[in-house]
Design a protein around this ligand. Structure first.
Ligand SMILES: [Zn+2]
Length: 278
């Protein structure tokens, strides 16, 4: 089992509160891009997503990628990449053995090229969808192909839909889990809606804490705490709005029933700030 977890912020983007969750005002919020670092007993590292890196700034200098940076203004500093932060924590890139990619949006794949020794894990649907898109279609779906290693598929374990069939105890009403590292009590969970093939990750640490990283199934903790949906305007860019709101209702029910499971949306500053306290 994993002995510890850290959450890293590798940059920020700006978005209107009311777009992200019902009940918030129409003011602009500074939204972090979060990745998780799971540490094994032997010091090996498993990452959940790799956030932003300064590659985003280079790639979005040109069309069509420039459109991405126009729609989503960002704040990225080189020293904040996952690779640089890991170095400061005392971990070289070679320590990163596994990277679970929740989905292929550009704010989750920025550091994939920084870890040449890593094996990738993602849903088969997410990968084949991302792979099928090029040019403007890729950018329209928030996918920056230049951030994805050329040898991604050779290094990847693609999890087919047929493996998301496990039901776990005390996680209702969520279902559709897939065992990724069963001996480490780490499972993928199908959380489509925000992006095609998106998955979240449930992990139980050595000290028995259970953490559910929901990627972008919702953007803020407020959504699963109050069943607060994103604005219907997000239908313009999420893959399936009805599926996204269904997932939020399930996360709300899960939170009501199993408050011991710590839920982390990957763009919620409060979620990781409050996690440091528990
Ligand atoms: Zn995101």
């Amino acid at each position: 089992m994993f002995k510890d977890i850290h959450f890293l912020i590798s940059g920020y983007c700006y978005a209107h509160g009311r777009i992200l969750a019902a009940g918030l005002p129409w003011t602009k919020l500074r939204i972090p891009a979060i990745s998780a670092v799971l540490i094994s007993e032997n010091g090996d590292i498993t990452l959940i997503d790799t956030g932003y890196s300064s590659r985003f700034l280079d790639i979005t200098q040109h069309f069509p990628e420039k459109l991405y940076a126009w729609v989503t203004p960002v704040e990225i500093a080189q020293q904040d990449s996952v690779k640089e932060q890991l170095k400061r924590l005392g971990y070289g890139s070679e320590k990163v053995k596994n990277i679970i990619v929740t989905h292929f949006h550009g704010d989750h794949t920025g550091g994939l090229l920084d870890f040449p020794m890593a094996r990738f894990y993602c849903s088969e649907r997410a990968w084949y969808f991302a792979k099928s898109l090029t040019g403007f279609q890729a950018v329209k779906n928030a996918i920056l192909k230049a951030q994805i290693p050329q040898d991604f598929e050779e290094r990847a374990v693609l999890i087919p839909d047929s493996e998301f069939t496990i039901s776990l105890k005390d996680v209702e009403p969520l279902h559709s889990f897939a065992a990724i590292f069963e001996d480490h009590k780490l499972y993928g969970i199908k959380l489509e809606g925000h992006a095609v093939g998106q998955m979240g990750v449930l992990v139980e640490l050595q000290d028995k804490r259970r953490i559910l990283m929901v990627a972008d199934a919702c953007w803020l903790s407020r959504s699963f705490q109050q069943n607060a949906f994103p604005s219907a305007l997000t239908k313009l860019f999420v893959a399936d709005y009805a599926c996204m709101t269904q997932n939020i209702s399930w996360l709300y029910a899960l939170h009501q029933k199993h408050s011991d499971i710590y839920i982390v949306p990957f763009h919620c500053q409060e979620a990781i700030r409050d996690f440091q306290k528990i």
